[in-house]
Design a protein around this ligand. Structure first.
Ligand code: KG4
Ligand code: ZN
Length: 334
């Protein structure tokens, strides 16, 4: 089965054609991230305008060598995300579905992130423990089967990616914050004695809370320059704090639920330190779950995972009945 996936939930405009949920036949992506870097964050109205500009080119690119006759269905992210951005993808997908007479499959973006772990590899065995850490969400979820999820916990305030973005902004390191903080942190080799909080790390539950991190950082920056750590040391600590919390909570959940596989996803899963520390800790467990970490380009937003999610959750909707839902959570099934 060949599916055209479309993703426009935030600041990426993406289209991809994927065979049987795992083989990428083509993909195209345009990002307005550089524009948002100039404003230090996403301005929703600007993001939506960029989506409208990019969608024809991106879909044209992804389908230039693939005749519509070969496409079996059209999948589109319908939430969560920015309403203006979502509308662009949803209305385009509805139009194509009607024009080409193909089934339309709505995809929950958060569920989509999970399916980055199914591309170009043998499918992860269930039950799988998913850590989803993106710009807008941080969730730990036990995936019992396709469409059968047990939500274990999530952030009470800022998401992990949001914490990276806000701390980078405080440090004047630009947007997106994750890669900017990592780059600065790499200049500092020796781990300092921890001086920032690791929120909720000793709590036995699976909730996260990252907002205190930016407050602690802000307080530090208000101390005299000669009394505070330098920029690279601060960046190192921010990254370590977020990674420590994500890894500890994931390992705690793994010990409790003993999944057959552990899956990372979301933009923060592109973080080199998170990938390295998670691999080391998982290999030290006294049982042996398989660890899946998608390549960085599939961790951040793309349309490949949208098409893959639709393949494994093929639920067709009548085009006129589909509208975006900016508030979806990961347990709202598509
Ligand atoms: O999944 P994603 O592309 O979009 C959302 O669905 O939110 O995630 C974007 C988030 C941003 O907050 C960005 O700072 C973070 O992922 N991110 C990273 C890295 N690359 C992107 N965080 C840490 N390290 C990275 N290498
Ligand atoms: Zn995302």
């Amino acid at each position: 089965m060949i599916i055209l996936g479309i993703e426009t939930s935030c600041d990426e405009t993406a289209a991809a054609v994927v065979k049987n949920g795992r083989e990428i036949l083509s993909q195209s992506l345009a990002s307005s991230v550089k524009m948002h870097a100039t404003t230090g964050g996403i301005i929703p109205e600007f993001a939506a305008r960029e989506q409208i500009k990019s969608i024809p080119t991106v879909i044209g690119d992804a389908t230039k060598d693939i005749s519509p006759n070969l496409i079996d269905a059209i999948a589109v992210t319908y939430g969560p995300g920015l309403i203006g951005s979502l509308l662009v993808g949803v209305e385009t997908a509805k139009t194509l579905s009607l024009l080409w007479k193909k089934p339309l499959i709505p995809v929950n973006h958060l569920v989509g992130h999970l399916y980055a772990n199914f591309i170009d590899t043998s499918p992860p065995p269930f039950p799988a423990l998913l850590l989803l850490a993106s710009g807008g969400h941080t969730d730990l979820v036990l995936i019992k089967n396709h469409g059968d999820f047990l939500w274990l916990g999530g952030t009470r305030d800022d998401a992990a990616g949001e914490a990276f973005d806000k701390c980078a902004r405080i440090l004047g390191l630009g947007y997106p914050g994750g890669p900017a903080i990592s780059k600065e942190a790499a200049k500092h080799q020796l781990p300092p004695k921890p001086f920032l909080p690791r929120p909720l790390i000793d709590d036995s539950g699976f909730d996260f809370s990252f907002s205190g991190l930016k407050t602690a950082l802000w307080r530090l920056l208000n101390t005299p320059p000669n009394l505070r750590p330098n920029l690279s040391k601060l960046a190192f600590e921010v990254e370590s704090s977020i990674v420590d919390v994500l890894v500890t909570k994931t390992l705690n959940a793994a010990l409790k639920y003993r999944p057959k596989s552990i899956l990372l996803s979301g933009g923060v899963a592109a973080n080199t330190k998170l990938r390295r520390v998670m691999a080391k800790k998982v290999s030290g467990l006294n049982f042996h779950p398989l660890l899946y970490i998608p390549p960085p380009s599939l961790c951040t937003d793309n349309a490949v995972f949208v098409a893959a999610a639709a393949y494994y959750n093929f639920r067709q909707i009548e085009p006129f009945r589909l509208s975006p839902n900016p508030e979806l959570t990961i347990t709202n099934q598509n």
